[in-house]
Design a protein around this ligand. Structure first.
Ligand code: URA
Length: 436
């Protein structure tokens, strides 16, 4: 057979792997026959010598076959899955999934944990007291049939290869690779068994893809993989040049998602949620065109049905639904530190480096820096001033919620993240385009 060291050298020399070599790497890694240090070296070689289209497809299929594929046929109706490539303050699934399911779409959703500077839906949901992200497949199907929605952790046997690789990439600086991201996301989405897939591909400083060109390449790669597997797949390219909404950190983001379902969310975040939910509604053929889909989505927020759906999901998954009305039921951070603008000159926010804001929240304990790290759900950052906002003396720019861990370092990073100017700045657009 192959020797892993030869395969590391092969990729280091920028040669293309055969399908057999890719299958060997994935099978042996899942079985524990390739140690993390060799896998890390291979991932770094792939980072510098990107996977070809064929390698990406072969890797997706090898990861898909590394575990079980979920059969959703016992769930009635149209099943849609949604996935984001990851950003800062990206709590979109917590809003989009309840909206779509309130409109009749079935979402049997398996979500992930935080990755690098970007948060994960599971970590956010676990900030709700009592909320369980693990359940048997029988209970999972039952819940989706009864209320149309469940968000759980990836079960041990869904793409175990991705589970191991994802955790390793998180701590070895090897996330930002088109082929690795596309195969990671699409192997999971194909294994999860949905009829249609809606992808949110983030672009900008807080995303893994920093520019529109590479993000579009990633979007096209994923749409092609989805279509090849006979799943209707659309990918919306969206702005991640600043944190999405205002909240970054687990319970803070859940609160912002609840506010958004109450119709009181930040403008950029609400716009994005409406658009992605509308894409899900459209792909499910509940609306005839995107305008009608948007209208249905907005009505579902306004009439409270989307918020009810979130409440139902929290109850079914063992969480305390009272958090929806009483945010003090979330674990509270001990320290609250305000970043206040002290100068006389009126300024505008020119840019906010979302990556630095994400890193600051990880420093506070909202994310992991090693595979073993425990998340602190109560810490994070509220960004009060966003790109284009005017700042005058005494204005609060941001608030840090901490439990005493690295508060000053987080504050330094936050200060570095903000760039002010004395010229007016236009608010950035949130949605670039949708690849179908
Ligand atoms: N989300 C995933 O599931 N995988 C990646 O590689 C990046 C974002």
């Amino acid at each position: 057979m192959f020797r892993i060291v030869d395969l590391i050298i092969k990729k280091r020399n920028n040669e293309e792997f055969t399908n057999e070599e890719i299958k060997f790497i994935i099978d042996e890694y899942v079985q524990g026959n390739i140690p993390d240090y060799q896998m890390s070296a291979l991932l770094m070689a792939i980072y510098f010598n990107p996977l070809t289209e064929k390698e990406t497809l072969d890797l997706t299929m090898a990861m898909l076959k590394s575990g079980d594929e979920i059969d959703l046929s016992s769930i009635n109706g149209i099943k849609v899955d949604k996935h984001s490539t990851g950003g800062v303050g990206d709590k979109t699934s917590l809003v989009v999934a309840p909206i779509a399911s309130a409109l009749g779409v079935k979402l049997a959703k398996m979500s992930g944990r935080g990755l690098g500077h970007s948060g994960g839906t599971l970590d956010k949901l676990e900030s709700i007291p009592g909320f369980k992200i693990e359940m048997s497949s029988t209970d999972f199907f039952k819940q989706v049939n009864e209320i149309g929605l469940a968000i759980i952790g990836q079960s041990a046997n869904i793409t175990p290869a991705d589970k191991k690789l994802y955790a390793l990439r998180d701590v070895t600086g090897t996330i930002e690779s088109k082929g690795l991201i596309a195969s990671s996301i699409m192997s999971k989405k194909l294994a999860s068994g949905a009829d249609h897939i809606v992808l949110d591909v983030k672009v900008g400083s807080g995303a893994f893809m920093k520019d529109l060109k590479t993000a579009k390449e990633l979007a096209l790669a994923m749409v092609q993989i989805g279509k090849g597997a006979k799943r209707d797949t659309v990918a919306t390219l969206t702005n991640m040049d600043q944190p999405l909404g205002c909240a970054v950190g687990n319970s803070l983001e859940v609160i912002e998602a609840i506010e958004t379902l109450k119709g009181k969310g930040p403008e950029d975040f609400t716009t994005l949620c409406v658009e992605l939910a509308a894409e899900i509604v459209l792909v499910s053929k509940i609306a005839n065109n995107i305008d009608e889909a948007r209208r249905l989505v907005i009505d579902t927020i306004e009439n409270g049905k989307a918020l009810d759906k979130l409440r139902q999901m929290i109850i079914y998954q063992g969480g305390n639904p009272e958090v929806i009305n009483d945010y003090s039921l979330f674990k509270q951070a001990e320290e609250v530190c305000e970043l206040v603008y002290e100068n006389d000159e009126e300024m505008y926010v020119d840019s906010i480096d979302a990556l630095k804001v994400g890193q600051a929240s990880v420093l506070l304990g909202a994310g992991r820096t090693t595979k073993e790290d425990e998340i602190d759900h109560s810490v994070g950052i509220l960004v009060h001033k966003k790109i284009g906002d005017k700042v005058i003396k005494g204005d609060k720019i941001a608030t840090i919620y901490s439990n005493g861990t690295k508060t000053n370092e987080a504050l330094e990073l936050l200060l570095e993240a903000y760039v002010l100017t004395n010229k007016e700045v236009e608010k950035p657009i949130i949605i670039y385009e949708t690849v179908r």
